[in-house]
Design a protein around this ligand. Structure first.
Ligand code: NOJ
Ligand code: CA
Length: 782
C-alpha cells in the first residue's frame, strides 16, 4: 500500500515588489545597471541581505539586528581551460565582467511534515532575491567574450533569507556559451567582521574524524598541524588555514554564526580557506598521504580578499579539478545560520528547508530504529571481523580474468579459524535474544561476510562480494531466528572505499537483503578511494553516496553510511538516509578517547546537516575491565544516557555489550536506554553554549511523554530546568538519571543516581552535572 507522509500543510508564495531594491540607473521594469544595490529583509526584519556590484564583480553582505555578520564578499567561480569544456582552452571564468540584468523577489511560507525528525512540522518561511547577471566582458582580456543573443553569459544568484540565516546558490542556465564547464575552484567569500572564536576541524578531502579545535581565527594556522589526525587511514589536507564546514563561530559581542552548505548534489563538498595575516595567496600545496597523486590546486588569478575572509575550497577528484558541470545546473546552497542565542543554532531548520521535498512516493517502510550490535567488542580489540589468520591474501574474484571457467573463490570451509570471529551463530543469537528482551528493533552484525582478512588499506578492488557469509554465520537461520523474536538483523557493507566494487555488487547485495528481510544497511568507506586518486568528498564520490541511497530506496532499504561525506540535509529529500557517521564517533573512545566537550560541539557543527550515528551508551567506561584496551570513555554513565537526547538521530545504538547492560550496577541505567524514544513531535533546546553544555527536552512521537537530556564538558554544569513546556494541569512520573555528587568522568565515571517523583508544568528541576557528565530524565504523562 502506498502511503504518502509528505505533504504541504500550508504554503504561500507572494511576489514582492522591488521596493527593497534601490537600483540607481534602473532602465525599466526589473532591469538595472551595474550600480545596483539591492536589499531584502528576513520575515522578522532581523536579518538584512544586501547585494551589490563591486565594479563588475557581484558581492553580498549580511547583517543581524544591525550587526555585521558577513562584510561585503565576492561571489564567483574560476573555470578550467581544459579540452573537456565546451569552450575548451578558451574557457573564461565566472568571476567578473558582470552586469545586473534583472532582480526578482518573492516571499514564501509553507509548513511541511518530515518523515522523522525533531519536530512534527517544520516551517519554511523566507524572502528571496534572485539576481540575474550577464557577463559581457571579463578582465582576462585575451579570450573571445561570451555571446548570447542579448549579449553575454548568464548566471543567476539566488538568495533565501530566513529568520535564522541565509542560503544562497549559483544557478547556471543552459545557454550556447555555457554548456559543459569544469570548475577550477569556487571562490565564494565569507568575510568575517572580526577575529571570532571558531570551533573548527582541519579541512581534509578524506576524513572528518578529528577533535574539534577551539581558537580565534588568527590562531588556526599555528594550531593546524597538531589538529590533524595524521594516523587516520586517509588524510588529505590542503592548507594550514583550511577548515571544514559546518563551522561554528562566536563573535566578541555574542553573535553565533555557522557556515555550512545544503543540498550538495552532483557537486564537490565545500571547505573554507581562511585568509589570515600571513596568507600571501590562496593555497597551492597539498599534504597528507591520500593526495599524493592529486595535482596541487592552481593559483587563483584574482586579488586576495582581506584578512578574516573565508574562501570556498572545493574537494577535487583525481584530476585535481573540482567539478565537471553540464548546464542547466546549480551549486549547493551556501548557508549562514546566525543568532544571538546559541539555542537557535540547534533548533534551526534552515538546511533542511533548503533541500528539495521528499522524492519518495512511499515512505511507509522508513522507521526510526533502536539497535544493538556485534560491534563494540571488535572496535575494542577483543574479537575480530575476520575469520582466519592463515592466508596472506584472499581472492574472491578472478580479478585478472585468467581462468574464468575454472576460477573458484577462496574456500573458507578449508580455512583454519582463529577462534575470535565475533559474527558467529552463537553470539548473534545471544544479541538477538538480548534485543528481543529489551525492546531493541535490530541487531547489527559486522564481519558476517567473507573478505575481512585483507580488507583495509591495500587498494584492493575486489575486496568484498557482500553476499557470501563466513562458514559460522548461517544467514538464513539467524534471520529466521531474529524474525521469530520480532527483531531484524541490520546489514553491514564495509566497502573499504572500493566504490567500483560496491556498485558492481550492489543490486545483488540489496536483493540478498530483501530476500532475508533486512531493511537497513550500515555502510563504510574506510581507507583511500578506488577508483584510485579520488577523494571521499569529491563530486564523483558525492554522486556515489547518493546513488547508493537512491538504489537502496528502490529496495526499501534505509542507509547509515560511515566515513561518507558530511550530510547537507539530503535526508529531507531521501528520508531513507537515516544516519551518517562523518565525524569522530564513539569508536574513538577505544582509540585514545574523545574530549569531554566533543559531544557539546557536534550538535552545533556535524549535526547541522543531518543525524549522526554516534553509537552512544557505553556504560562500562573502563575498557581495561574486560579487554586489553587501556582506553576509557571520557564521560560519566549519566552523560552517556544524555547523548540519546542531545545527539539527535532517528537511529540510536545501544553500543555496549549485553553483559554490561545486564550487570547489577549498570542495568538500572540501561533502563533509560530501553525507555527513551528516537522520534519526536516536539523539541525544545533549553540551554546551550558551544563546547560547554546542551540541554534539550523532546516530546516522544504520538505520545504525551517527554524526555530531557543534558550534557556538559569537563567543567561540569548547573542546570535549572523550568518544566513549563509540559501540559498545564497534568502530572508526570519523573525519573531522573543524574551524576552522583562525587561523579567525575575521569575519577568516578560510573557513579550515578536514579530518583523518582511526580511533577507538573509548575515545577523547576535543579540538576548538577559532574565534569564530563550529564543527566537524562523521562517524564511519563499520568
Ligand atoms: C569504521 C566504522 O566507523 C566502524 O563503525 C566500523 O566498525 C568499521 N569501520 C569497520 O567497518
Ligand atoms: Ca569511522
Amino acid at each position: 500500500m502506498k502511503r504518502v507522509y509528505y505533504f504541504f500543510i500550508f504554503a504561500t508564495v507572494i511576489m514582492l515588489s522591488l521596493a527593497g531594491c534601490q537600483q540607481s540607473g534602473t532602465t525599466g521594469s526589473g532591469e538595472a545597471t551595474a550600480q545596483s544595490v539591492c536589499s531584502i529583509f528576513s520575515p522578522s526584519g532581523d536579518l538584512q541581505l544586501t547585494f551589490s556590484m563591486d565594479a563588475t564583480r557581484p558581492q553580498y553582505e549580511l547583517s543581524y539586528k544591525g550587526k555585521p555578520v558577513i562584510l561585503p564578499s565576492h561571489l564567483g567561480l574560476e573555470l578550467a581551460r581544459d579540452k573537456h569544456a565546451s569552450k575548451g582552452l578558451n574557457e573564461t571564468d565566472l568571476m567578473d565582467g558582470f552586469e545586473v540584468e534583472k532582480t526578482d523577489t518573492l516571499s514564501f511560507d509553507e509548513t511541511w511534515e518530515p518523515v522523522w525528525g525533531e519536530t512534527k512540522t517544520i516551517r519554511n518561511h523566507y524572502n528571496e532575491l534572485a539576481v540575474t547577471l550577464q557577463q559581457k566582458a571579463t578582465a582576462e582580456g585575451n579570450h573571445s567574450l561570451p555571446t548570447r543573443e542579448d549579449g553575454g553569459r548568464v548566471l543567476i544568484l539566488r538568495f533565501r533569507l530566513y529568520d535564522d540565516g541565509l542560503g544562497f546558490r549559483y544557478e547556471f542556465p543552459q545557454q550556447p556559451d555555457l554548456v559543459y564547464f569544469l570548475i577550477q575552484d569556487e571562490r565564494t567569500e565569507f568575510r568575517m567582521a572580526g577575529d571570532h572564536t571558531a570551533w573548527w576541524l582541519p579541512g581534509d578531502y578524506d576524513t572528518q574524524e578529528q577533535m574539534t579545535q577551539e581558537s580565534r581565527l588568527s590562531e588556526i594556522r599555528s594550531r593546524f598541524h597538531d589538529a590533524v589526525n595524521w594516523g587516520n587511514s586517509s588524510v588529505a589536507v590542503f592548507s594550514p588555514t583550511g577548515v571544514q564546514t559546518s563551522l561554528q563561530m562566536k563573535t566578541d559581542d555574542s553573535l553565533y554564526i555557522n557556515i555550512h552548505e545544503a543540498a550538495c548534489v552532483d557537486y564537490a563538498t565545500m571547505h573554507l580557506e581562511l585568509v589570515d595575516n600571513e596568507t600571501k595567496a590562496l593555497t597551492t600545496q597539498l599534504e597528507g598521504g591520500s593526495n599524493a597523486y592529486t595535482p596541487n590546486p592552481a593559483p587563483s588569478r584574482y586579488p586576495l580578499p582581506p584578512v578574516f575572509t573565508f574562501v570556498s575550497h572545493l574537494t577535487p577528484d583525481a584530476t585535481g579539478l573540482k567539478g565537471a558541470m553540464q548546464t542547466p545546473c546549480q551549486s549547493p546552497w551556501r548557508t549562514i545560520i546566525v543568532s544571538d542565542d546559541a539555542r537557535d543554532m540547534l533548533s534551526s531548520n534552515l538546511i533542511l528547508n533548503l533541500n528539495e521535498p521528499c522524492a519518495l512516493d512511499d515512505v511507509s517502510w522508513i522507521h526510526p530504529t533502536k539497535y544493538c550490535g556485534v560491534w563494540w567488542e571488535m572496535i575494542v580489540g577483543k574479537s575480530n571481523w575476520h575469520y582466519t589468520d592463515d592466508q596472506p591474501s584472499i581472492q574472491l574474484s578472478d580479478f585478472q580474468g585468467l581462468n574464468p571457467s575454472t576460477f573458484q573463490p577462496f574456500d573458507y570451509s578449508t580455512a583454519k579459524p582463529h577462534g575470535r570471529h565475533a559474527a558467529n551463530n552463537e553470539k548473534v543469537r545471544r544479541y538477538i535474544d538480548f534485543a528481543a528482551k529489551n525492546g531493541l528493533d535490530q541487531v547489527l552484525v559486522e564481519g558476517w561476510n567473507v573478505g575481512w582478512e585483507d580488507w583495509a588499506n591495500m587498494w584492493k578492488r575486489d575486496v568484498f562480494d557482500f553476499v557470501t557469509p563466513y562458514p559460522d554465520f548461517d544467514i538464513k537461520a539467524l534471520n529466521d531466528y531474529a524474525h521469530s523474536k520480532g527483531v531484524k538483523l541490520m546489514m553491514h557493507h564495509e566497502t573499504s572505499s572500493s566504490t567500483q566494487n560496491y556498485e558492481r555488487h550492489m543490486e545483488e547485495a540489496y536483493n540478498l537483503m530483501n530476500h532475508y528481510g533486512y531493511d537497513a544497511v550500515k555502510s563504510g568507506y574506510v581507507g583511500d578511494i578506488i577508483p584510485r586518486g579520488d577523494h571521499h568528498y569529491s563530486q564523483s564520490m558525492n554522486n556515489h553516496y547518493l546513488y547508493c541511497i537512491q538504489q537502496a530506496a528502490r529496495h526499501h532499504i534505509m542507509v547509515n553510511a560511515h566515513e561518507a561525506v558530511r550530510p547537507t540535509g539530503l535526508c529531507r529529500t531521501y528520508p531513507n538516509l537515516v544516519g551518517n557517521e562523518s565525524a569522530r564517533g564513539t569508536e574513538y573512545e577505544a582509540f585514545g578517547g574523545n574530549r569531554p566537550d566533543h559531544t557539546c560541539i557536534l550538535p552545533f557543527t556535524r549535526l547541522q546537516g543531518g543525524p549522526m550515528d554516534y553509537t552512544p551508551g557505553i556504560l562500562e567506561t573502563q575498557l581495561s575491565t574486560w579487554s586489553d584496551n587501556t582506553s576509557w570513555v571520557r564521560t560519566t554513565v549519566a552523560g552517556q544516557l544524555a547523548l540519546y537526547l542531545t545527539m539527535y538521530s532517528p537511529l540510536q545504538m545501544a553500543a555496549d555489550l549485553p553483559e554490561h547492560y545486564e550487570r547489577e550496577d549498570l542495568a538500572p541505567a540501561f533502563q533509560f536506554i530501553r525507555d527513551v524514544a528516537c522520534d519526536w513531535d516536539d523539541s525544545r533546546y533549553l540551554e546551550a553554549e558551544p563546547a560547554d553544555y546542551i540541554t534539550v527536552a523532546r516530546k516522544a512521537k504520538g505520545t504525551d511523554n517527554w524526555f530531557i537530556g543534558g550534557k556538559c564538558d569537563e567543567n561540569g554544569h548547573q542546570s535549572v530546568i523550568h518544566l513549563d513546556f509540559l501540559d498545564p494541569g497534568r502530572s508526570y512520573d519523573c525519573t531522573i538519571y543524574a551524576d552522583a555528587h562525587d561523579a567525575h568522568y575521569e575519577q568516578n565515571p560510573k557513579a550515578y543516581t536514579i530518583s523518582k517523583k511526580t511533577v507538573t508544568a509548575d515545577d523547576i528541576l535543579n540538576l548538577t552535572c559532574a565534569p564530563g557528565g550529564g543527566f537524562a530524565i523521562s517524564l511519563i504523562a499520568l
